[in-house]
Design a protein around this ligand. Structure first.
Ligand code: HEM
Length: 457
């Protein structure tokens, strides 16, 4: 059966109708027109299929038939600065397997316990800043971005951004944001269009230079004996050899991995925390449950330790539900290894580009009751067993799933617990969600007023 498409323009396919901002939100809106759970489009000369029906997604997640596609996706452009590091490596590249094996121990649950002290230190910096801002509006997303960037840099590389000491966000973040937006844009236009945008190209290269200079400096500090944490990510990358090939990582690859972790290790978790805070503001009965949990496990000014954070039940379910409704990576790309058929009738050619749309998948009525409702009880053990096995993919799939999942969830639990222990929020301007996409997505311009909680509150 043919895969249906929205109406396009002869010769140009669908390229002209793709908005330059928030394209994935647009793809999600289009999904409403196709109850069969998939549609096709031709964008910048490339045939693409968008899929969100959980049973079709189950097939696309079968790793004997599909792999993570890099070519002709935005990630092909992210390789301009992330090279063959974990996120952007082709499955067949030797670098992927080597780095995956070398770094896996650094993401075990035991390793999380080791990072906890540094995670706490940075989370306390966030609290310190909000205490100084008492009664005034704070940009929630920017401060969570400071938190997550400082945390991955300190725990992973012993490097201090000291973001809370500065009024402006670190220039690295601006360079990164612009580079990500540019990568996304390049993947949605014909190469000749990219070539014509000379000023943008110049700025793109400058941004890449700025990010690489910073990363090279981080590595140099370690090599010069400055910085801490010899058994952190950077220590492992510089010292460890791959048990399978007996080789170490090349210098350029280490540089690309550090940059990748700085990017992948902060953008998404900052989005998760921002969307979680937004969701709590919209659901006061769940906020009350979260306060009750924090007051029970962390009474008064109790400083959280790792074991207490691991005992939490409400806050982890808030995070899981946030990842369902607001997955920070809204689309992931897969491709068939051979010509194949999905759903018993839709033919796909070897190498075709298939995009899983997280938003429509995570709200598909086949898999979720009252899909738009923020309901943390979905994540109670007795309800969880009834979930469709492929209707929830916030951390991706299979061997290419997120290596930093435990890291993100530990960091986010701790940050949210600490923030709720100390503060209450007000939303005097009645914030309306304004999603900003740049490969990942976050709320734009999300400001709340923070006030210290009193003993009896
Ligand atoms: C991969 C989501 C946090 C490092 C992925 C993928 C997703 C994802 C969806 C797969 C992408 C694809 O298939 O193209 C998230 C979310 C996070 C998060 C939602 C937070 C809430 C982190 C953190 C780190 C990290 C904290 C590092 C400390 C990575 C890396 C990969 C990856 C290196 C590539 C893995 C590979 O292909 O081998 N993440 N991530 N992520 N993530 Fe995360």
């Amino acid at each position: 059966r043919p895969i249906r498409s929205p109406r396009g323009v002869p010769l140009f396919g669908h390229t002209p109708q793709i908005p330059s901002t928030n394209p994935v939100e647009y793809f999600g809106r289009l999904s409403k027109q196709f109850p069969e759970g998939l549609y096709g489009m031709e964008i910048a000369g490339i045939e693409q299929v968008f899929v969100w029906d959980p049973d079709l997604v189950a097939e696309v997640c079968d790793e004997t038939r599909f792999f993570k596609q890099i070519d002709k996706t935005p990630l092909a452009h992210v390789r301009d600065y992330a090279g063959a590091a974990l996120f952007t490596a082709h499955q067949h590249e030797e670098e992927w397997g080597m780095a995956h094996r070398v770094l896996l121990p650094a993401f075990s649950q035991r390793a999380m316990k080791g990072y906890f002290g540094q995670m706490l230190e940075i989370a306390q910096n966030l609290v310190g800043k909000w205490e100084r801002k008492e009664g005034r509006p704070v940009n929630i997303t920017d401060d969570y971005t400071r938190l997550t960037l400082d945390t991955i840099a300190l725990t992973g590389f012993g490097y201090r951004f000291d973001s809370f000491a500065k009024e402006d966000l670190h220039p690295f973040l601006n360079a990164l944001l612009q580079a990500l937006v540019e990568s996304l844009r390049r993947s949605q236009e014909l190469p000749m269009m990219t070539k014509m945008r000379k000023a943008d190209d110049r700025r793109y290269r400058e941004n890449i230079r700025l990010m690489r200079d910073l990363v090279e400096n981080v590595i140099k500090e370690r090599r010069d004996g400055k910085g801490t944490g010899e058994d952190d990510l950077l220590g492992l990358m510089l010292e460890a050899t791959d048990p399978e090939t007996g080789k170490g990582l090349e210098d350029d690859n280490v540089r690309d991995q550090v940059l990748t972790f700085l990017i992948a290790g902060h953008e998404t978790t900052s989005g998760l925390l921002s969307f979680a805070t937004y969701s709590l503001m919209r659901n006061p009965h769940i906020l009350a449950q979260a306060y009750a949990e924090v007051d029970r496990l962390l009474p008064g000014d109790t400083v959280p330790d790792y074991d207490t954070i691991m005992q939490m039940d409400v806050i982890p379910r808030i995070l899981e539900e946030t990842l369902r409704l607001w997955a920070p990576i809204p689309m992931i790309g897969k491709s068939p290894l051979e010509d194949t058929v999905i759903g018993g009738c839709y033919g796909l050619k070897k190498g075709a580009r298939v995009n899983i749309l997280e938003g429509p998948l995570h709200t598909h009525p086949k898999a979720w009751e009252r899909p738009e409702e923020f309901d943390i009880n979905r994540w109670l053990p007795e309800n969880r067993v009834n979930h469709h096995p492929h209707a929830y993919k916030p951390f991706g799939n299979g061997v290419r799933a997120c290596i930093g999942r435990q890291f993100a969830l530990t960091e986010a639990r701790l940050a949210l617990a600490l923030v709720l222990q100390k503060f209450k929020f007000a939303d005097p301007d009645d914030y309306k969600m304004d999603v900003k996409e740049a490969l990942t997505r976050k709320p734009g311009g999300f400001e709340l007023t923070v006030r210290a909680r009193q003993e009896h509150e």
